[in-house]
Design a protein around this ligand. Structure first.
Ligand code: ADP
Ligand code: MG
Length: 732
């Protein structure tokens, strides 16, 4: 490759040289390279290697073995021509590296003394033997390692980049291209990250334990470091800089977007005085957890601002999100505004309505319920009262509450929102100001997703569980366990507990897709055997193993007043066993129910299983969940179910799920507000993402338009990459 090296006076390479004129390319290869997105020379610089191949580590002294061929690399720290006598000359030297020292000896080759001088780096190979306490190589092969050897060498000792390939293009084609392009062009790229920013980033990243230079390397240096790394440290610094830049650009876009939303929208400023706060907290019949208090403070601060709160509250099932929501709603009501709490299902809406009605029985707060089972007249009446301001708190299903006109809505709480980032806005009167939003979810979002998809949403988490919760035991079982399980259920019921039986699907009797099930159960699933349909299970249990118990049936296709009646019977302890579809997944709160069988458990997702399990860990009694798997039991490879059995923490489960399914599934191309990431890996680069996010937020808080000196290029990169995705104005 010498003929294309630097200093070649014929070279007229520029960043915009078409790829086909690059050394050794030509039209045919150029056409293939276009499939990799390469059109001009500059594109190659940003064709990031998928990974790198590291040379095997040099042998360490401790690994040497008598008579075994070995290669040892080190520096000569002592060299002596012990005897010059012709025919009896002896030259010996000590070669040392971090692992220790070895001796090399040559007989009758005095000229070696001229090459193997003090401080020379050498690579020696041969078969050592132990001479006293030291390993000795007699007449080894050796190579002097030149200062610039790393520059010259093609492989062997070098870290090699592995590029993405396409048909007809070999790894060596791309590797050959790297050196001349980097050497001639990398220095010509404009620097987007001013030095103070690269220093700041390095400082923050070092605090997370990363080993880095004092400033992240410049762009040219980074591109050389990723394509032609000289050492691991070199590669790491280069990669960190490039990943950081990509994530910083993304986070700046998200911070700018958040900023523009907050500066355009207006919301009522709802101050919460200490008196109001204490009056609200006195209503809760238990001590709040530290997390609940902390989140309430944050929410109170959000609601006092003049722009809408946009907060996602995530917390494992049973972590007590509802209490936090009630606090926020009462802050709004105390400030003279209405608040609404929307639930995904009618059952849940009614449950919230009952909880609130009980808790606020002796107050002046007027509570309304808006759901499908109201008569037309009731509904008209409720809607009119919402509009005239005769109701303060409105609980309802999402379907109905969206679209209703409020008198003066200060806060909108959306419960059990599973889909990330999907949020409808409530209907506002002409020129009305926006309410604050609080979205609650029990499906923990992996941190990486939260920081990208939710870049413009603030995130709070309840991790701490309220005290006094019973433990939950999880079992995985095959069909043969069923009889034993029903015996166990009868015993628990005899002790006064209640049980759930969850079936994955409604029976053939109910053909049409259940609206609450359709998104939960895979439609491509082959028709299940009778055993897993909720109807068949109900019939079988009622007339068979549980015939002396009071068994109820609940599924999403039932009329809503019927559903409601069954739920109430179960909640009041009038039913011992509830056979149900996943309708009970969301939010149902019956602390006395401690036993649950999940049939066809292999057909549920991890998050869903976890939600279900949350139903039986709400009281003081220990919960028991048995996941039945179709057939004889969980197949060995079902790691998902094993993880479920062993992990109770919803956040750990979410991370595991994310890991098992692979990032593609969760993030795919939708990641990062639409633009595709080229070098960052949100899972691997979590720490860098966190730092990029902090820096972007600090920056945009201080300088919302990115007008300070030296940021012009960075700003235009943000707009070019994200301008369209995020409505940030024209993609300059
Ligand atoms: P989720 O986060 O799943 O929506 P909920 O808000 O329904 O949880 O709370 C679950 C149960 O825990 C409810 O019965 C609620 O009254 C109770 N609870 C909430 N906070 C506390 C607390 N700090 N101490 C004791 N019990 C609590
Ligand atoms: Mg809840």
């Amino acid at each position: 490759m010498g003929n294309t090296g630097p200093g070649n006076s014929e070279s007229t390479l520029t960043l915009t040289t078409p790829i086909q004129y690059l050394p050794g390319i030509g039209p045919a290869r150029a056409a293939k390279l276009r499939k990799l997105g390469l059109r001009i020379a500059r594109d190659f610089l940003f064709l990031f290697p998928r990974n790198h191949t590291f040379p095997p580590p040099p042998t360490r002294v401790a690994d040497l073995q008598e008579g075994e061929p070995a290669t040892f690399i080190g520096t000569i720290t002592d060299a002596e021509l012990i005897s010059r006598t012709p025919g009896k000359s002896l030259f010996a030297a000590i070669v040392e590296n971090e692992s220790g020292a070895v001796r090399i000896v040559f007989f009758n080759q005095p000229f070696r003394a001229e090459q193997l001088t003090f401080d020379t780096r050498v690579r020696i190979s041969g078969s050592p033997k132990l001479a006293g306490l030291r390993w000795e190589f007699t007449h080894p092969n050796y190579e002097i390692i030149q200062e610039d050897e790393l520059q010259e060498q093609d492989d062997g000792g070098l870290i090699l980049a592995n590029y993405p390939l396409t048909e007809g293009i070999k790894q060596s084609d791309l590797r050959r291209l790297a050196r001349p392009l980097i050497e001639e062009l990398a220095g010509q790229l404009p620097e987007v990250l001013p030095e103070r920013l690269r220093r700041d980033a390095a400082e923050r990243l070092k605090r997370t334990g990363m080993e880095l230079p004092d400033a992240l390397p410049e762009i040219g240096e980074s591109l050389r470091g990723i394509h032609l790394p000289e050492s691991e440290a070199d590669l790491r610094a280069a990669q960190t800089r490039l990943v950081f830049q990509e994530l910083l650009v993304m986070q700046l876009a998200l911070a700018m977007r958040r900023r523009s939303l907050t500066s355009e929208l207006r919301a009522p400023s709802l101050e919460c005085s200490a008196t109001v706060r204490n009056r609200i907290l006195r209503r809760f019949p238990f001590d709040l957890t530290g997390d609940q208090r902390r989140v309430m403070d944050v929410i109170a601060a959000d609601m006092a601002r003049q722009y809408p709160m946009n907060r996602l509250l995530q917390g494992d099932v049973g972590s007590g999100k509802t209490v936090v929501a009630i606090f926020a709603m009462l802050v709004a009501v105390a400030g003279g505004y209405q608040a609404t709490l929307m639930a995904p299902t009618e059952v849940l809406a009614r449950q919230h309505h009952a909880t609130l009605t009980k808790m606020l029985a002796d107050s002046r707060v007027r509570i309304g319920l808006l759901c499908g089972s109201l008569t037309a007249a009731e509904r008209r009446d409720t809607i009119a009262k919402i509009k005239s301001g005769e109701l303060d708190l409105i609980i309802g299903t999402q379907a109905l509450v969206y679209g209703v006109q409020f008198h003066q809505l200060g806060l909108c709480v959306i419960d059990e929102q599973h889909k990330f980032g999907v949020k409808q806005r409530v209907t506002l009167r002409d020129g009305g100001i926006d309410p604050h939003y609080l979205v609650m979810s029990a499906t923990p979002i992996p941190r990486s997703v939260a920081m990208t998809q939710f870049g413009d949403v603030d995130l709070s988490t309840l991790r701490e569980k309220p005290a006094g919760r019973g433990a939950v035991h999880t079992y995985l079982a095959g069909d043969s366990w069923r009889d034993r399980w029903w015996t166990f259920v009868r015993q628990r019921v005899a002790e006064g507990r209640q049980a759930f039986v969850v079936a994955p699907r409604v029976g053939p009797e109910v053909e049409a897709a259940d609206e609450e099930l359709s998104e939960l159960v895979d439609a491509t699933e082959p028709p299940a055997e009778d055993i897993t349909s909720v109807h068949a299970t109900y019939e079988k249990l009622r007339t068979g193993p549980l015939k002396d118990l009071r068994v109820g049936l609940l599924h999403g296709r039932m009329a809503s007043d019927e559903k409601q009646r069954v739920m109430e019977l179960f909640a009041e302890g009038e039913l011992d066993v509830l056979v149900s579809t996943t309708v009970i997944e969301v939010g149902i709160d019956v602390p006395n129910a401690t036993v649950m069988a999940i049939l066809g458990g292999n057909r549920f997702g991890l998050a869903q299983l976890h939600q279900l399990r949350g139903r039986v860990s709400r009281g003081k009694h220990a919960g028991h969940v048995c996941v039945f798997v179709d057939g004889d039991g969980p197949p060995e490879e079902d790691e998902r179910l094993k993880v479920f059995e062993q992990t109770l923490d919803g956040f750990e489960l979410a991370e595991a799920d994310y890991r098992l399914r692979g990032p593609g599934d969760v993030l795919g191309q939708r990641q990062s507000g639409g633009a595709k990431l080229r070098i960052a890996d949100l899972h691997r680069d979590m720490e860098i993402l966190q730092v990029a996010r902090e820096m972007a937020q600090d920056w945009i808080d201080r300088d919302p338009e990115m007008e300070s000196e030296g940021l012009e290029l960075l700003k235009s990169q943000v707009l070019r990459r994200y301008g369209n995705h995020l409505d940030l104005g024209d993609g300059a």
